[in-house]
Design a protein around this ligand. Structure first.
Ligand code: NAP
Length: 251
């Protein structure tokens, strides 16, 4: 590995890092010199493949299974990570799900599952890593929100609420941890080609594309590039912000 990489010596934890946007974030952080801990829930094999890919270009990588919506399981995962790696410099809360439906048809379970994974999951990891960040007197927390949390979206009341909630969480924790030099920001992707969006009907995707000023669906790497910037010293004076990486959707 060459010297003077942006994130050399840093250890990052990426939730849901085994596939999709989380995988792209894990790979880009590692390419920029970070060692990466990948959290996964259902995708063990894919998480292990990401570990191998990262090791292939000279960084250390590890995978830990944990359902981020489970408070105690997160506590155990964080305790194990800190025991084995002593610190986490960069936390990326990426794990997320959708359970889309119009409010008339949305079940209580659809609502609770989305809020518990997307919003409480981020609370859980931040809560259990807060002492680590206070001790570090530095570090970066990056929460993956969504343009849906910024603009709202019909059929996504649960998801929009969780992603808007993440923005409130981001701003509050940014204020709380600022005296210890910890920067906390959110990235709000627009439409990105992953398994999450491939379930959408072709017609909905075409309509989505029309609403994107830059005229294309985003790639996972577009989101990862913003995360690398926010995780680096180049973003040391940025906290409590929401960076929309959406081809202009939220203009
Ligand atoms: P995806 O391909 O469906 O991947 C979802 C990821 O979340 C997987 O790695 C999955 O891990 C993880 N996950 C789900 N439930 C979990 C749990 N209980 N505990 C731990 N991990 C869990 O989705 P994506 O498109 O990459 O989305 C990644 C993030 O970007 C999400 O927060 C999403 O809301 C946000 N986002 C996506 C888009 C888009 O257009 N794709 C737009 C805006 C925002 P396992 O497979 O291991 O369970």
């Amino acid at each position: 590995m060459q010297n003077n990489l942006l994130l050399e010596g840093k250890i990052a934890l990426v939730t849901g890092g085994g596939r999709g946007i989380g995988k792209a974030i894990a790979l880009e952080l590692a390419k920029n010199g970070a060692d990466v801990i990948i959290n996964y829930n259902g995708s063990e094999q894919r998480a292990m493949e990401v570990v191998k890919e990262i090791e292939g270009f000279g960084q250390k990588a590890y995978a830990y299974k944990c359902d981020v919506s489970d408070y105690s399981a997160c506590e155990e995962m964080v305790a194990m990570i800190l025991k084995e790696h002593s610190k986490v410099d960069i936390l990326v809360n990426n794990a997320g799900i959708t359970r889309d439906n119009l409010i008339l048809r949305m079940t209580e379970k659809d609502y609770d599952d989305v809020l518990n994974i997307n919003l409480k999951g981020a609370f859980n990891t931040i809560k259990h890593l807060s002492k680590n960040f206070l001790k570090l007197r530095g570090g970066k927390i990056i929460n993956i929100s969504s343009v849906s949390g910024v603009l709202g979206n019909a059929g996504q009341a649960n998801y929009s609420a969780s992603k808007a909630g993440l923005i409130g969480l981001t701003k509050s924790i940014a204020r709380e941890l600022s005296s210890r030099n910890v920067c906390v920001n959110a990235v709000a992707p627009g439409f990105v080609a992953t398994e999450m969006t491939e379930a959408l009907p072709e017609e909905a995707m075409a309509k989505a594309k029309e609403s994107i000023p830059l005229g294309r669906i985003g790639e996972a790497k577009d989101i990862a590039n913003a995360v690398v910037f926010l995780a680096s010293d180049n973003a040391n004076y940025i906290t409590g912000q929401v960076i929309c990486v959406d081809g202009g959707m939220a203009i």
